[in-house]
Design a protein around this ligand. Structure first.
Ligand SMILES: [Zn+2]
Ligand SMILES: [Zn+2]
Length: 378
C-alpha cells in the first residue's frame, strides 16, 4: 500500500512540466508546510495529507523499532546499509523489515484504539479521496503539484531525517548511535532534524533544545500547552542531560587532581562507586588504537564545566586551565605579552606560554556547585 502510494506520487511528478500552474504549486507548498512531520504528532491536524506517509500504526511501529535497534542490523533503516537504503529503498522491502524486526507487536497501545484501526482499514480510501478532490477542484495541475510534487517533497524531507540525520551534521550528546543534528534541515522538517537531541532524549517533546535550534513543532506544542490543549508535555531534566553529556575526569596519577580530560561514562560497576569511562582523546597503544577505557572512582568524575564567556584578558595570579595535549591543565598566570600568557603549573613546576584562546577560567565543582578556584598556588 505504502509502496504503491510512493510510486504513484513520484510518477505524478513526471507530469509536472506539462501542467505547471503557480496557484497549484503555492497550494501544494502550503499544505505540505502544515503537515511536514516525521512522526504523528500533528497528524490529527491534517489527517488526510499525512496519510500519504502510510498508516500511522505502521510508521509508529517502524519508528519504535528504529529507536530500539538504532544502527544495529535490526534497524529498519540504518545508513550502515547505504544512504539510498536508509533514505528510500527500505520502504519497498516490507519482507526485509519483517525479517529484521519481527512482528509489529510494539504498537499495542494504538491497536487498541478504534481510530487507528479505522485509519489502517480505510487508508487507501483516504488517499484516493484526496486525489479525487484535488482533481475535481483544480484539475490536473492541482493533482500534479499538490498530490505529486508537494507530497514527494514532503516524503524526501521526512526521509532525510532517516538518512542525512544519521550521516551528516554534528552531535552534542554521547548517544550510542550515529544520530546527528542537521541544522539546515530544521526549517523543512519543523525541527525533526535535531536528531541527535531526539535520540538522546526520545520522549522529549522539544527537539531543538537550544534557543537557536529552530523547532516549529515545539513552538506549536508550547502554544497548545499555554492554551491548555496539551498537558503532560515532556522535556529532558537537568539530571538526564548531565547523564548523557561528556564528563571531565580528573587524572589522579598526574598528582593533585589537576589535569582534566574529556570522557564518557560507559557503565557503573556493581560494587562501590566506580565507573568504566572511555576517554574522548586517549587511545590504547598498539597497531589498532581503540579509545582508552579505564575504571575510575566517582570522586574523580565531574560534569563538563559551564561554558563561560571567554574573558578578554587575564590578570596576574588568575587561576586558569590551559589546553594542551588533549587535556586541561591547572595553573596560574605569571606574565603576559600581548595576547600570550605565561602559565605556571604547580603539578610539574613548569612555565609555558599560551595564547588567550587556549586558556579558560579555572572552576571547581564543590557539592554540586561550580565555584571559582580556591586552590592555593605556590
Ligand atoms: Zn524518533
Ligand atoms: Zn534516528
Amino acid at each position: 500500500m505504502r509502496t504503491l502510494t510512493v510510486t504513484i506520487v513520484h510518477s505524478l511528478c513526471l507530469l509536472a512540466p506539462f501542467n505547471y500552474k503557480w496557484e497549484a504549486l503555492r497550494f501544494g507548498m502550503l499544505t505540505e508546510a502544515s503537515s511536514s512531520q516525521n512522526g504523528s504528532n500533528i497528524l490529527s491536524l491534517t489527517p488526510l495529507f499525512s496519510l500519504f506517509r502510510g498508516d500511522p500504526m505502521d510508521w509508529v511501529s517502524i519508528h519504535r523499532f528504529h529507536h530500539q535497534f538504532t544502527d544495529t542490523n535490526r534497524d529498519p533503516h540504518s545508513p550502515k546499509e547505504g544512504f539510498l537504503f536508509s533514505h528510500v529503498m527500505w520502504i519497498f522491502d516490507t519482507f526485509y523489515i519483517k525479517y529484521k524486526c519481527g512482528r509489529r507487536n510494539n504498537v499495542m497501545d494504538l491497536k487498541r484504539q478504534w481510530f487507528y484501526r479505522f485509519l489502517r482499514n480505510t487508508i487507501f480510501l483516504h488517499v484516493l479521496m484526496f486525489w479525487t478532490v484535488l482533481y475535481l477542484y483544480g484539475g490536473l495541475p492541482y493533482l500534479t503539484y499538490v498530490g505529486g510534487v508537494a507530497t514527494a517533497f514532503g516524503y524526501h524531507v521526512t526521509w532525510l531525517v532517516n538518512s542525512a540525520c544519521h550521516i551528516w551534521g554534528s552531535g552534542s550528546w554521547k548517544t550510542k548511535d550515529t544520530s546527528r543534528n542537521v541544522w539546515w534541515l530544521s526549517l523543512f522538517t519543523m525541527g525533526e532534524s535535531w536528531h541527535n537531541n531526539h535520540h538522546a532524549f526520545e520522549s522529549s517533546a522539544r527537539q531543538g533544545l537550544e534557543w537557536w535550534q529552530i523547532d516549529i513543532t515545539w513552538y506549536l506544542i508550547r502554544l497548545f500547552e499555554i492554551l491548555g490543549l496539551a498537558t503532560d508535555v515532556k522535556l529532558p531534566s537537568e539530571f538526564q542531560k548531565q547523564k548523557i553529556s561528556w564528563k571531565e575526569i580528573w587524572l589522579k596519577y598526574a598528582a593533585k587532581k589537576m589535569v582534566y580530560l574529556e570522557a564518557k561514562v560507559l557503565s557503573k560497576l556493581p560494587h562501590g562507586s566506580f565507573y568504566n569511562v572511555e576517554y574522548k582523546n586517549l587511545v590504547t597503544e598498539g597497531e589498532d588504537p581503540q579509545p582508552l577505557v579505564e575504571t575510575i572512582s566517582a570522586d574523580e568524575i565531574r560534569p563538563m564545566p559551564p561554558k563561560l564567556s571567554q574573558p578578554s584578558m587575564f590578570s596576574l595570579h588568575d587561576k586558569v586551565d590551559a589546553f594542551d595535549l588533549d587535556a586541561w591543565w591547572f595553573g596560574g598566570i605569571t606574565g603576559q605579552e600581548g595576547d600570550t600568557y605565561s602559565v605556571y603549573f604547580p603539578t610539574t613546576n613548569d612555565v609555558c606560554k599560551y595564547p588567550l584562546q587556549r586558556l579558560r577560567r579555572h572552576l571547581e565543582f564543590v557539592n554540586g556547585q561550580w565555584v571559582p578556584s580556591t586552590t592555593r598556588q605556590r
